[in-house]
Design a protein around this ligand. Structure first.
Ligand code: NAG
Ligand code: NAG
Length: 287
């Protein structure tokens, strides 16, 4: 059984490498002048994506809730080489503001080549204690605003042969303790946009849709939460951001970052009890 497991995991890794090897090459020039909207761009992975797009010479609109911080990120984008860097503050829990942000970008940039949906609302890292209202609110921020914005931007992306990029998580494929609200919203994203990938393909759409599966990334907010409770390795947000951008630019269906999230996602259905044991023992917790 042990040997069988090893052979299986090795074949999963080989399959992963084969897919990576044959994936299309990234052409940085293709992003020069590209019209990009990045959400959740005041901090973390979104902020790093804004800086990478800026270095590639893109025209960027960024959004998040805090106007002051957005202004600073936009200024840095200009200094890094962005052709344009505009910002608009918005609350993604609102019913109308997500669509207004897309309209703002379409108007200011005269179209859209990349719609990168990345924002998340704050959610406690703790056992669930029955707060349904929080999950309802988080669903608005992490899920409903995504489908509103995707729909609002779709016609423009059809015209430009553009890309829709969804930043999701390993927690959109696999459950884990302490994150019930968050993992619910990510499963919803994976379900919805997985379905949309089929529909776009069946419509022979011009739009590419990438769903990005991320592991633990060393953003301030994530590190704050897992400090002292887990020894799962965290990966650099700047590198995660670059990998997301490349996935969108090369029009791939998915990204697994870091690479072993692919192995974890593939093995959890095959070996549920082993995976559950590992997950439950990767946290320090006593009831
Ligand atoms: C697919 O095409 C149909 C018919 O034109 C349209 O109603 C639908 O919105 C399209 N779906 C997507 C995801 O493009
Ligand atoms: C894709 O773009 C071309 C123009 O580049 C357009 O003629 C075609 O209708 C578009 N496809 C869809 C499904 O909108």
């Amino acid at each position: 059984m042990r040997a069988f497991t090893k052979v299986l995991l090795a074949s999963i890794c080989v399959a992963y490498l084969a897919v990576k090897w044959t994936s299309p090459r990234f052409d940085a020039e293709s992003l020069k002048g590209a019209r990009v909207l990045v959400t959740g761009a005041s901090t973390g992975i979104g902020e790093q994506m804004a800086y990478h797009y800026a270095r590639f010479g893109a025209q960027i609109v960024i959004t998040a809730r805090r106007e002051k911080v957005l202004q600073q990120v936009a200024e840095k984008c200009l200094s890094l080489g962005a052709q344009k860097a505009l910002y608009v503050a918005a609350d993604m829990a609102s019913e109308s503001e997500p669509a207004q942000v897309v309209d703002f970008a379409l108007e200011k940039l005269g179209g859209l080549d990349y719609l990168v949906l990345n924002h998340i609302g704050p959610s406690p890292f703790s056992m669930w204690t029955g707060d349904v209202d929080h999950i309802r609110w988080l669903m608005n921020v992490n899920f409903f605003s995504y489908i509103q914005m995707a729909w609002r931007g779709l016609a423009a992306l059809e015209q430009s042969r553009g890309s829709l990029v969804i930043v999701s998580s390993l927690l959109g494929k696999m459950s884990s303790p302490f994150v019930a609200p968050y993992t619910s919203t990510k499963f919803a994203l994976n379900g919805f946009f997985g379905s949309l990938q089929h529909e776009l393909a069946m419509n022979k759409s011009n739009v590419s849709l990438s769903i990005c599966t991320l592991g633990l990334i060393d953003t301030d907010s994530a590190m704050e939460k897992v400090k002292g409770v887990t020894n799962i390795p965290a990966y650099p947000s700047s590198d995660a951001a670059l990998n997301i951008i490349i996935t969108g630019a090369t029009r791939q269906l998915d990204l697994f970052y870091p690479w072993f999230t692919y192995v974890v996602a593939a093995s959890k259905d095959m070996f549920p009890s082993v995976t559950n044991f590992i997950i439950q023992n990767s946290y320090t917790y006593s009831p």
